[in-house]
Design a protein around this ligand. Structure first.
Ligand code: AMP
Length: 199
Protein backbone atom coordinates (compact mmCIF):
# COMPACT_ATOMS: atom_id res chain seq x y z
CA UNK A 1 0.00 0.00 0.00
CA UNK A 2 1.42 3.38 -1.03
CA UNK A 3 0.44 6.53 0.78
CA UNK A 4 2.90 9.05 -0.55
CA UNK A 5 3.67 12.75 -0.48
CA UNK A 6 5.65 14.33 -3.29
CA UNK A 7 7.59 17.40 -2.11
CA UNK A 8 9.64 19.85 -4.13
CA UNK A 9 9.88 23.46 -5.26
CA UNK A 10 7.55 24.91 -7.92
CA UNK A 11 8.66 23.76 -11.36
CA UNK A 12 10.54 20.66 -10.15
CA UNK A 13 8.11 18.42 -12.07
CA UNK A 14 5.92 17.20 -9.20
CA UNK A 15 2.72 17.16 -11.26
CA UNK A 16 4.19 15.17 -14.13
CA UNK A 17 5.94 12.68 -11.87
CA UNK A 18 2.96 12.28 -9.53
CA UNK A 19 0.77 11.25 -12.48
CA UNK A 20 3.35 8.77 -13.77
CA UNK A 21 3.95 7.22 -10.36
CA UNK A 22 0.21 7.06 -9.73
CA UNK A 23 -0.33 5.09 -12.94
CA UNK A 24 2.45 2.74 -11.96
CA UNK A 25 1.24 2.21 -8.39
CA UNK A 26 -2.44 2.23 -9.38
CA UNK A 27 -3.40 4.93 -6.89
CA UNK A 28 -4.89 8.39 -7.50
CA UNK A 29 -2.56 11.40 -7.84
CA UNK A 30 -4.15 14.13 -5.75
CA UNK A 31 -2.93 17.60 -6.68
CA UNK A 32 -4.26 20.48 -4.59
CA UNK A 33 -3.13 22.90 -7.32
CA UNK A 34 -5.18 20.97 -9.92
CA UNK A 35 -8.23 20.91 -7.63
CA UNK A 36 -7.93 24.67 -7.06
CA UNK A 37 -7.53 25.30 -10.82
CA UNK A 38 -10.58 23.13 -11.60
CA UNK A 39 -12.59 25.18 -9.10
CA UNK A 40 -11.36 28.42 -10.67
CA UNK A 41 -12.38 27.13 -14.12
CA UNK A 42 -15.83 26.13 -12.82
CA UNK A 43 -16.28 29.48 -11.06
CA UNK A 44 -17.05 27.93 -7.65
CA UNK A 45 -16.83 29.89 -4.40
CA UNK A 46 -13.72 27.90 -3.48
CA UNK A 47 -12.23 28.85 -6.85
CA UNK A 48 -12.93 32.53 -6.32
CA UNK A 49 -11.20 32.43 -2.93
CA UNK A 50 -8.24 30.41 -4.20
CA UNK A 51 -7.61 32.48 -7.35
CA UNK A 52 -6.77 35.60 -5.38
CA UNK A 53 -3.92 33.81 -3.59
CA UNK A 54 -2.77 31.75 -6.55
CA UNK A 55 -2.42 34.76 -8.84
CA UNK A 56 -0.23 36.43 -6.20
CA UNK A 57 1.93 33.30 -5.80
CA UNK A 58 0.80 32.96 -2.16
CA UNK A 59 -0.59 29.93 -0.40
CA UNK A 60 -4.33 29.52 -0.08
CA UNK A 61 -5.20 29.67 3.67
CA UNK A 62 -4.70 26.39 5.53
CA UNK A 63 -8.31 26.19 6.71
CA UNK A 64 -9.57 26.22 3.11
CA UNK A 65 -6.90 23.82 1.83
CA UNK A 66 -7.14 21.36 4.73
CA UNK A 67 -10.92 21.03 4.40
CA UNK A 68 -10.59 20.39 0.69
CA UNK A 69 -7.97 17.66 1.17
CA UNK A 70 -10.00 16.05 3.95
CA UNK A 71 -12.93 15.73 1.53
CA UNK A 72 -10.73 14.37 -1.23
CA UNK A 73 -9.01 11.75 0.93
CA UNK A 74 -12.42 10.54 2.10
CA UNK A 75 -13.33 9.57 -1.49
CA UNK A 76 -13.40 5.79 -2.01
CA UNK A 77 -10.57 5.78 -4.57
CA UNK A 78 -8.10 7.05 -1.96
CA UNK A 79 -8.79 4.16 0.40
CA UNK A 80 -6.24 1.99 -1.39
CA UNK A 81 -3.47 4.57 -1.29
CA UNK A 82 -2.65 7.90 -2.94
CA UNK A 83 0.07 10.29 -4.01
CA UNK A 84 -0.33 13.81 -2.68
CA UNK A 85 1.17 16.41 -5.01
CA UNK A 86 1.49 19.90 -3.53
CA UNK A 87 0.14 19.03 -0.08
CA UNK A 88 1.16 19.44 2.70
CA UNK A 89 2.96 22.74 2.16
CA UNK A 90 3.01 24.14 5.72
CA UNK A 91 3.70 22.64 9.14
CA UNK A 92 0.04 23.22 10.00
CA UNK A 93 -0.93 21.13 6.97
CA UNK A 94 1.47 18.39 8.12
CA UNK A 95 -0.37 18.22 11.44
CA UNK A 96 -3.77 18.19 9.74
CA UNK A 97 -2.72 15.42 7.38
CA UNK A 98 -1.39 13.41 10.34
CA UNK A 99 -4.80 13.78 12.01
CA UNK A 100 -6.75 12.81 8.88
CA UNK A 101 -4.68 9.67 8.42
CA UNK A 102 -4.72 8.77 12.13
CA UNK A 103 -8.52 9.01 12.09
CA UNK A 104 -8.50 6.51 9.23
CA UNK A 105 -6.04 4.31 11.14
CA UNK A 106 -3.28 4.83 8.57
CA UNK A 107 -0.10 6.87 8.06
CA UNK A 108 2.18 7.95 5.22
CA UNK A 109 4.42 5.23 3.82
CA UNK A 110 7.05 7.58 2.30
CA UNK A 111 7.75 11.19 1.34
CA UNK A 112 9.54 11.72 -1.96
CA UNK A 113 11.45 14.96 -2.44
CA UNK A 114 12.38 16.22 -5.90
CA UNK A 115 15.44 18.45 -5.65
CA UNK A 116 16.36 21.05 -8.28
CA UNK A 117 18.41 24.17 -8.80
CA UNK A 118 16.44 27.43 -8.45
CA UNK A 119 17.77 29.06 -11.65
CA UNK A 120 16.74 26.01 -13.67
CA UNK A 121 13.29 26.09 -12.08
CA UNK A 122 12.70 29.73 -12.90
CA UNK A 123 13.62 28.90 -16.51
CA UNK A 124 11.19 25.96 -16.57
CA UNK A 125 8.33 27.93 -15.03
CA UNK A 126 8.80 30.78 -17.47
CA UNK A 127 8.60 28.27 -20.35
CA UNK A 128 5.43 26.78 -18.83
CA UNK A 129 3.84 30.23 -18.72
CA UNK A 130 3.97 30.22 -22.51
CA UNK A 131 2.96 26.59 -22.97
CA UNK A 132 0.09 26.33 -20.47
CA UNK A 133 -0.86 29.95 -19.97
CA UNK A 134 -0.92 29.62 -16.18
CA UNK A 135 -1.53 33.07 -14.71
CA UNK A 136 0.74 32.25 -11.74
CA UNK A 137 3.73 31.59 -14.00
CA UNK A 138 4.34 35.29 -14.75
CA UNK A 139 7.91 36.29 -13.90
CA UNK A 140 7.44 38.21 -10.64
CA UNK A 141 5.01 35.59 -9.38
CA UNK A 142 7.48 32.80 -10.21
CA UNK A 143 10.01 34.42 -7.90
CA UNK A 144 7.45 34.90 -5.13
CA UNK A 145 6.45 31.22 -5.36
CA UNK A 146 10.08 30.12 -4.94
CA UNK A 147 10.44 32.39 -1.89
CA UNK A 148 7.22 31.15 -0.33
CA UNK A 149 8.37 27.57 -0.90
CA UNK A 150 11.73 28.18 0.80
CA UNK A 151 10.09 29.92 3.72
CA UNK A 152 7.03 27.75 4.37
CA UNK A 153 7.52 24.37 2.68
CA UNK A 154 11.26 23.61 2.65
CA UNK A 155 11.19 23.07 6.45
CA UNK A 156 8.94 20.04 5.83
CA UNK A 157 11.92 18.20 4.37
CA UNK A 158 13.51 18.11 7.84
CA UNK A 159 10.22 17.18 9.51
CA UNK A 160 9.79 14.10 7.33
CA UNK A 161 13.49 13.30 7.40
CA UNK A 162 13.31 13.18 11.22
CA UNK A 163 10.50 10.65 10.87
CA UNK A 164 12.60 8.48 8.59
CA UNK A 165 10.12 8.88 5.74
CA UNK A 166 12.13 11.10 3.38
CA UNK A 167 13.63 9.88 0.11
CA UNK A 168 15.31 12.64 -1.92
CA UNK A 169 15.70 12.31 -5.66
CA UNK A 170 17.49 14.54 -8.20
CA UNK A 171 14.68 16.24 -10.14
CA UNK A 172 16.85 17.40 -13.05
CA UNK A 173 17.12 15.28 -16.19
CA UNK A 174 14.66 13.67 -18.57
CA UNK A 175 11.14 12.87 -17.39
CA UNK A 176 11.85 9.13 -17.80
CA UNK A 177 15.10 9.34 -15.84
CA UNK A 178 13.44 11.13 -12.94
CA UNK A 179 10.59 8.60 -12.87
CA UNK A 180 13.15 5.78 -12.76
CA UNK A 181 14.92 7.44 -9.84
CA UNK A 182 11.64 7.83 -7.95
CA UNK A 183 10.72 4.19 -8.56
CA UNK A 184 14.19 3.14 -7.38
CA UNK A 185 13.80 5.31 -4.27
CA UNK A 186 10.52 3.58 -3.48
CA UNK A 187 12.24 0.21 -3.67
CA UNK A 188 9.89 -2.56 -2.62
CA UNK A 189 6.98 -0.11 -2.43
CA UNK A 190 6.89 0.11 -6.24
CA UNK A 191 5.92 -2.80 -8.51
CA UNK A 192 8.72 -4.15 -10.69
CA UNK A 193 9.03 -2.66 -14.18
CA UNK A 194 6.72 -4.34 -16.66
CA UNK A 195 3.94 -5.08 -14.15
CA UNK A 196 2.40 -1.68 -14.71
CA UNK A 197 2.82 0.99 -17.33
CA UNK A 198 4.66 4.06 -16.04
CA UNK A 199 2.63 6.03 -18.65
P1 AMP B 1 0.73 23.94 -7.68
O1 AMP B 1 -0.01 23.53 -8.91
O2 AMP B 1 0.94 22.79 -6.72
O3 AMP B 1 2.00 24.67 -7.97
O4 AMP B 1 -0.21 24.96 -6.90
C1 AMP B 1 -0.60 26.17 -7.50
C2 AMP B 1 -1.07 27.15 -6.43
O5 AMP B 1 -2.19 26.60 -5.74
C3 AMP B 1 -0.06 27.46 -5.34
O6 AMP B 1 0.87 28.46 -5.72
C4 AMP B 1 -0.97 27.92 -4.21
O7 AMP B 1 -1.46 29.22 -4.43
C5 AMP B 1 -2.14 26.95 -4.36
N1 AMP B 1 -1.90 25.72 -3.58
C6 AMP B 1 -1.73 24.46 -4.04
N2 AMP B 1 -1.54 23.60 -3.04
C7 AMP B 1 -1.59 24.32 -1.89
C8 AMP B 1 -1.45 24.01 -0.52
N3 AMP B 1 -1.18 22.75 -0.10
N4 AMP B 1 -1.58 25.02 0.38
C9 AMP B 1 -1.84 26.26 -0.01
N5 AMP B 1 -1.96 26.64 -1.29
C10 AMP B 1 -1.84 25.69 -2.23
Amino acid sequence: MSRLVLLGPPGAGKGTQAKRLAARLDVPAISTGDIFRANVAQGTELGTTAKEYMDAGKYVPDTVTNAMVRDRLAQPDAAGGFILDGYPRTTDQVRELDDMLAEAGTALTAVLELTADTDELVRRLTLRAGAEGRSDDAEGVVRTRQEVYLEQTAPLVQVYSDRGLLRSVDGLGSIDDVTSRLVAALGDDAPAAGLADAG
